[in-house]
Write a protein that binds this ligand. Sequence first.
Ligand code: F6R
Length: 251
Amino acid sequence: MTESLPVRIFPDRTAASRTLAEEVAALVRSINDSGRPAVLGLATGRTPLPFYAELIRLHREGKLSFARVVTFNLDEYLGLPGNHPESYRAFMQKELFGHVDIPVENIHIPDGMVGPAELEAHCAAYEEAIRAAGGIDFQLLGIGRTGHIGFNEPGSPRESRTRRVELDPITRQDAAPAFGGLEHVPEYAISMGCGTILEARRIALLAWGSAKAGIVREALTGPVTDQVSASFLQDHADATFYLDSEAGAEL
Ligand code: F6R
């Protein structure tokens, strides 16, 4: 089958993560050398774990500093405080930020506790902070079984921006084990929009395991449609899929 954007298939997730971490470290160094902070868009979930482990390793080996890195996370569950173990703020602290030299003021994650009255202003301020930082140099993505990037579930418009989103039942089901039951999974989140994501200058989507093979094939070889928000990446000038052999098995 022909894919409409570059796909790199690795024997396993560790090899893929190592390659991408080295590329991102080189990008951060070259942007820092040019005299400005590097702006990274980050993802949560199971997929980025080996990638963050590799970034931490490079940091420990003295090959990557986060001192001049600014980050924007894709999303956060609505209704979860930052100290809730399943909040994405807690996840990022545990899996990356707590192990590297990033200044706390450089970290941006939507606030899951923002009230309904402030929600729109909070989302607009998030967009403005991305713009003020100069836009996202590199955006990391996973893919949900619904084809979502960020939490842009089926029906999310190509031009969508940071906003409140309703989680798809499949997405909530996938999160249920971590929350100890479906009834504990939030129904809403704040997510960067498809339009926000597509403005990143470079994008890498990671996917591991056979459960992702079907949706990866759809995103890469199916029509560009808001029913599979990852398919919008087909029209991006510098987006690449990094897959293990299982996730790439249906290509
Ligand atoms: C996470 C995010 C989601 C996940 C996707 C895959 O910040 O925005 O799009 O990347 O749901 O989740 P995992 O990696 O747990 O399979």
